[in-house]
Design a protein around this ligand. Structure first.
Ligand code: NAD
Length: 332
């Protein structure tokens, strides 16, 4: 009974934090605290699998769209990522991948900074940007086409001629650190809302009902995967990294810090390198995403409820836990 009570308490708490974060764009606790509760819930559910319910926050992605925007059904679900919080849990993830493949498949890893913004889906038809959507709950997102069209480095038309007839691209919309400071300065002068961090500023800006406001916000995007692809005019690469290069060839912006690692030690070195340059980047990152590079192996590994089995977000140790908390408290 005690376990059931704790499960119910954790689920209610996490659902409330999800609502504040995904719907209001206004969290009241630092991410590290959210992650701590989520890890506790996952551990309890692992010990008592019979008590897992389909509506548990461990089984869900994000939050359902709010009614103010039109809805977009994602033809290919937009999932989240599993987390690793230290080298040991990354090593355990890497071992699970090899165990599941059950053979000697060599795994090369595509390593990408984990951009701290919000996920969007962008649909290009015959090379023209026709639709932008938030991730929402992974199956249904919000239609934010007018808003994504205002993002300075997002092309409205693709380059070249060999892009697929229908190409859905996924990426992270974020605000640069400098853009965030400038926005808060100007909000302060005008008595407007002060944002707790660049991630919330980006989310709040992208989910404006008036796209003229979004257009004034310094938003940027880096793309990190393909979703739905139909009508290929040239073969898609069988490597995730090479697919990213194809996207770049069609004019889409990639995070320059993306690279390949040959094994676990290579990923660890990549993680250290990215953590060392983290403060010098002009955008916020909160970890390293390591993805199995071979698309065939990705397909063999598949998915669980809310995340692929072939990728992990290896988070950096929580840095500004108190600062973020104070910022948020100050804002209330
Ligand atoms: P996540 O942020 O841990 O990982 C998935 C997301 O990473 C993707 O959807 C995508 O948006 C992003 N991403 C960034 N770079 C990427 C790349 N190169 N490739 C692929 N994806 C990339 O998962 P989530 O489900 O979006 O959010 C959960 C996290 O959000 C929690 O761990 C917590 O830190 C935070 N959160 C905080 C609160 C709070 O109240 N403070 C509430 C809810 C969630």
């Amino acid at each position: 009974m005690q376990i059931e009570q704790e499960l119910a308490r954790l689920r209610a708490q996490l659902n409330e934090y999800n609502y504040q974060y995904y719907v209001l764009d206004d969290p009241t606790v630092p991410d590290a605290e959210y992650d701590r509760l989520m890890e506790r819930l996952k551990a309890l559910e692992a010990q008592h699998p019979e008590l897992i319910s389909p509506d548990s926050p461990t089984q869900k992605v994000g939050a359902a769209p709010v009614g103010a925007f039109g809805e977009v059904e994602h033809e290919v679900p937009m999932l989240s990522l599993d987390n690793a919080f230290d080298a040991d849990s990354f090593a355990a993830f890497e071992k699970r991948v090899h165990d599941r493949l059950k053979d000697d498949s060599k795994v090369t890893w595509c390593c990408e900074p984990k951009l701290d913004g919000l996920a969007v889906s962008l649909l290009y038809e015959d090379g023209k940007l026709v639709r932008g959507a938030t991730r929402g709950d992974g199956r249904t997102g919000e239609n934010i086409t007018a808003n994504v069209k205002t993002i300075a480095n997002l092309p409205l038309s693709l380059r070249g001629e060999d892009y697929p007839k229908r190409l859905e691209v996924r990426g992270e919309v974020f605000m640069t650190k400098a853009g965030f400071e400038a926005l808060n300065d100007s909000q302060r002068k005008q008595g407007g809302k002060i944002f707790a961090n660049p991630r919330n500023a980006a989310a709040g800006s992208l989910r404006q009902l008036d796209s003229r406001i979004t257009a004034k916000r310094p938003l940027r995007i880096y793309v990190y995967s393909m979703g739905l692809v139909e009508g290929e005019q040239s073969p898609l690469a069988n490597s995730h990294y090479q697919r990213l290069q194809q996207l770049r060839g069609w004019g889409l912006p990639l995070c320059p810090q993306t690279g390949l690692a040959q094994d676990r030690a290579g990923c660890e070195a990549f993680y250290e390198k990215i953590m060392a340059i983290r403060d010098s980047l002009d955008y916020e990152i909160d970890g390293l995403v390591c993805k199995v590079d071979d698309i065939g192996l990705q397909q063999r590994l598949g998915f669980v409820a809310r995340a692929p089995r072939w990728a992990v977000a290896w988070k950096f140790p929580a840095q500004e836990q108190m600062t973020e908390l104070l910022d948020v408290e100050f804002q209330v």
